[in-house]
Write a protein that binds this ligand. Structure first.
Ligand SMILES: [Zn+2]
Length: 258
């Protein structure tokens, strides 16, 4: 079994049994990201959500992989007190008793001014606290929205190797990698198939690619990463490349600690 990392998951939506299955499948580490499991209407809701993500560590690690918590404001969230939400997020980044692995997921969904401001404030926090940034791209208008995301990022001075532009597809992965960012390949029913991920890995710089499930309450293949590793092996992709995209790149980008 090849050891792998899931770089984008929402374990708070998954049953206990999934975590043991992931460990059996060779997944050693999982990044769980803040998202929008309910109407994210205020900083009070965000505080409860963030606390839940830290509480997930004991649930997941009992039988499953190590869990790394990432906190952020999802672009679909519309809190009525954005400054308080940003201050809340920053309070967690300052608190060493709650280690935060990355800011995420942030990003763009529909590109209205509120979303752009929420994204900009989170990019500033990533720079100030020297943290990686995991950015969502939407299903609709993926290529233009990805270009817009890159435009917003390019107005900041940041280390592009610490940014993952996620849910990349065949139309956006090259654009992301060519600009020096990392592309997240979400292998999931309705997103990329293992075979599409193989095609992207074969054509782009493998040092700039990471795999994830984005497991959530939507249709999910908990074992999509081991399945993609198997498809890569079957396609004759070199073991060094497989190890990079399924494991090593994540250690570099997120500076994970054992
Ligand atoms: Zn997600």
């Amino acid at each position: 079994v090849t050891e792998t990392i899931d770089t984008h998951a929402h374990v708070d939506t998954r049953p206990y049994e999934d975590f043991e299955l992931m460990a059996i499948g060779g997944i050693t580490d999982v990044l769980t990201l803040a998202h929008d499991p309910m109407k994210m209407s205020s900083s009070i809701v965000f505080r409860d959500h963030f606390e839940r993500l830290f509480a997930e560590r004991s649930r997941v690690e009992k039988t499953g992989p190590r869990l790394h918590v990432c906190l952020g404001l999802h672009p679909r969230a519309r809190p009525d007190d954005l400054p308080a939400c940003i201050a809340l997020l920053e309070s967690y980044l300052k608190d060493a008793s709650h280690p935060v692995t990355a800011i995420g997921e942030a990003g763009l969904e529909s590109r209205d001014p509120f979303e752009t401001e929420m994204l900009q404030r989170q990019i500033e926090l990533a720079i100030t606290y020297d943290l990686p940034l995991i950015l969502h791209t939407p299903r609709a208008d993926k290529a233009p929205m990805t270009r817009e995301l890159v435009n917003v990022l390019s107005t900041f001075t940041l280390d592009r190797d610490r940014v993952v532009i996620d849910h990349a597809d065949v139309s956006t992965a090259k654009l992301i990698v060519d600009r020096g960012y990392n592309a997240g390949l979400t292998v999931q029913p309705g997103k990329l198939s293992p075979q599409q991920a193989v095609e992207i890995v074969k054509t782009l710089d493998p040092a700039r690619l990471v795999l994830n499930t984005d497991m959530s309450s939507a249709p999910t293949d908990v074992l999509s990463i081991p399945r993609t590793v198997q498809a890569l092996k079957h396609a004759g992709v070199h073991g060094v490349v497989i190890e990079a995209v399924s494991n090593k790149n994540a250690w570099r980008i997120f500076r994970l600690k054992l």
